[in-house]
Design a protein around this ligand. Structure first.
Ligand SMILES: *Cc1c(COP(=O)(O)O)cnc(C)c1O
Length: 429
C-alpha cells in the first residue's frame, strides 16, 4: 500500500475539514484518487506521509522558487521569531521590504503589503474603482485573480478543474460589473470598452497566464491593452501574483516591456509565507487610506515573520540575477526533452513555456486562450499525472495549472522526468 497513511489522513481530514482540504485543487478531485499528504520538503523534493519522495514541479504553486527549506530563509525566520511573531505596529523591516520591492520592479512608487494574492487583487480593484469613480472591470476568461466576488467569473484553473460554471453566493449585482473577454483577443476588449463607454474602471490581466495551463500573450496584446487604457482613462492592472519575481526580478512588466498602472503580487513575494502586495503609481496609490479614502487594512499585514521570509527570498533573487537564467535554462531543457519524447508518439500535444513556467496541453492545435485549453484531452493528462506520481514526480493535480520550476532542481531530476515520459508513452502502446 504505497499511500496507506495518506489515505487514512484523507479519511480523517474529511471529518473536520470540508472535502479534507483547505484549498480545493489539493483534493485531487479532477485527477481522481487520494491526495498525498506531505510531511516535509527539502530542496527540489517533497516527502509524503508514506515515505515516498517526489520531484516537485509545483513549488507550493510558485513561492519556493529557491527550493524548499532554503537555509537563509529558514534561518531568518528562526531569528526573527525570537522577537515575537506579530506586533500590529510598524517595523523597520516593512520599510526594507517596500524599498526592496520598489527597487526591483518597474512602475511601482508605493506598495502596500497584504496577506494573500486574493487580497492584493481585491484591493487593487477597489482602488481602481475609487480612483476612477467607475465600477466595471474587464477580466479575461481563464485568468484567476483570487476568490474575491468580482473575479469569480470565468476564472480559470480552480473552477475549471471542478467544472464550476457559476458560483452560488455571488450576487448578480457584483458579477454584472465584471465583463469578460477571451485572452489574447484585443479586438473584443476594444469592443467591450466601446459598448461600456466611460464605465470601465480597470482591466485586469495575467501578463503571462498560468491558470489555464501556461499561456503566452500574443505580440501586441498587452501593448494594445496599455494603449487602450491610456486612451480611455482605464487603470491597467497586471496580476503578477504568479509572474512577479518569477519571470525576472522585475516580473512580467520588465520581461515583456509593458508598464501597468497597478500591479499585484503574491506567491514568490512571501518566500513561502502568506504574503501579497499591490502597488503602482504614486498618484493612484495615494488614494488608499490613511492618505485617501479608499479603505484597506489588515491586522497581520506586514507581519514580521512573513516579511523576513519574503525579504530574504527577494534579496537573494535580486543579488543573483543568474538564478533566472538557470531557471529558464532548466525549464527549456525539460521542454525540449519532453518535446522530443512526445514527438515520437502519436499523442497530440502542445508545450507552452515562458521562463520557468511550463505546461503540457494534450491538443492538436495551439493553445492561446481558455476555450482552446478546455478542448484538450483532460483524461490523458490525468493518466499522465498518476503515472508521474507513482514514479516519484509531483505535477500539479490539474490539466489547468502551470508547473513551476524551482532552482534546487538538478539536471538529473529533469532527466528522470524526461525518461518517465518515455516510459509513459510506452505504457500507452
Ligand atoms: C494564486 C493566484 C492568485 C491568488 O493568490 P492567493 O494567495 O491564492 O489568494 C491571484 N492571481 C493569480 C494570477 C494567481 O495565480
Amino acid at each position: 500500500m504505497k499511500y496507506k497513511n495518506s489515505r487514512q489522513l484523507f479519511e480523517r481530514a474529511q471529518q473536520s475539514i470540508p472535502g479534507g482540504v483547505n484549498s480545493p485543487v489539493r483534493a485531487f478531485k479532477s485527477v481522481g484518487g487520494t491526495p498525498v499528504f506531505i510531511e516535509k520538503a527539502k530542496g527540489a523534493y517533497l516527502y509524503d506521509a508514506d515515505e515516498n519522495k517526489y520531484i516537485d514541479y509545483i513549488a507550493s504553486w510558485g513561492p519556493m522558487i529557491l527550493g524548499h527549506a532554503h537555509k537563509p530563509v529558514v534561518k531568518a525566520i528562526q531569528q526573527y521569531a525570537k522577537n515575537s511573531t506579530s506586533f500590529g505596529a510598524p517595523t523597520e523591516l516593512e520599510i526594507k521590504m517596500a524599498e526592496l520591492i520598489v527597487g526591483m520592479v518597474p512602475n511601482v512608487d508605493l506598495v502596500r503589503m497584504v496577506s494573500s494574492g486574493t487580497e492584493a487583487c481585491m484591493s487593487a480593484l477597489r482602488l481602481a474603482r475609487g480612483y476612477t469613480g467607475k465600477n466595471k472591470v474587464i477580466k479575461f476568461e481563464g485568468n484567476y485573480h483570487g476568490h474575491a466576488d468580482a473575479f469569480l467569473v470565468k476564472a480559470g484553473s480552480g473552477l475549471a478543474t471542478l467544472d464550476i460554471q457559476t458560483v452560488p453566493g455571488i450576487p448578480a449585482g457584483v458579477s454584472n460589473d465584471t465583463l469578460t473577454a477571451p485572452y489574447n483577443d484585443l479586438a473584443s476588449v476594444v469592443q467591450l470598452v466601446a459598448e461600456n463607454k466611460n464605465q470601465i474602471a480597470a482591466i485586469i490581466v495575467e501578463p503571462v497566464a498560468g491558470n489555464m495551463g501556461c499561456i503566452i500573450p500574443k505580440t501586441g496584446f498587452l501593448e494594445g491593452l496599455r494603449e487602450l487604457c491610456d486612451e480611455e482613462n482605464i487603470v491597467l492592472i497586471f496580476d503578477e501574483v504568479m509572474t512577479g519575481f518569477r519571470l525576472s526580478a522585475g516580473g512580467a512588466q520588465e520581461r515583456l516591456g509593458v508598464a501597468a498602472d497597478l500591479v499585484t503580487y503574491g506567491k514568490v513575494i512571501g518566500g513561502g509565507m502568506p504574503v501579497g502586495a499591490f502597488g503602482g503609481k504614486r498618484e493612484i496609490m495615494e488614494h488608499i487610506a490613511p492618505i485617501g479614502n479608499v479603505y484597506q487594512a489588515g491586522t497581520l499585514s506586514g507581519n514580521p515573520i512573513a516579511m523576513i521570509a519574503g525579504y530574504t527570498t527577494l534579496k537573494e533573487l535580486k543579488n543573483n540575477p543568474e538564478i533566472y537564467l538557470s531557471l529558464e535554462a532548466k525549464t527549456t531543457y525539460l521542454r525540449k526533452g519532453i518535446d522530443e519524447v512526445l514527438k515520437k508518439s502519436t499523442l497530440p500535444f502542445v508545450i507552452n513555456q515562458f521562463g520557468s513556467m511550463i505546461s503540457i496541453h494534450f491538443s492538436d492545435k495551439p493553445v492561446t486562450n481558455f476555450e482552446e485549453a478546455s478542448q484538450c484531452d483532460i483524461a490523458l493528462f490525468n493518466e499522465l499525472f498518476h503515472f508521474m506520481l507513482q514514479h516519484g514526480v509531483y505535477l500539479p493535480p490539474s490539466a489547468y495549472e502551470s508547473w513551476f520550476l524551482n532552482d534546487a532542481l538538478a539536471f538529473k531530476d529533469l532527466d528522470k522526468t524526461i525518461r518517465l515520459f518515455k516510459k509513459f508513452i510506452k505504457s500507452k502502446k
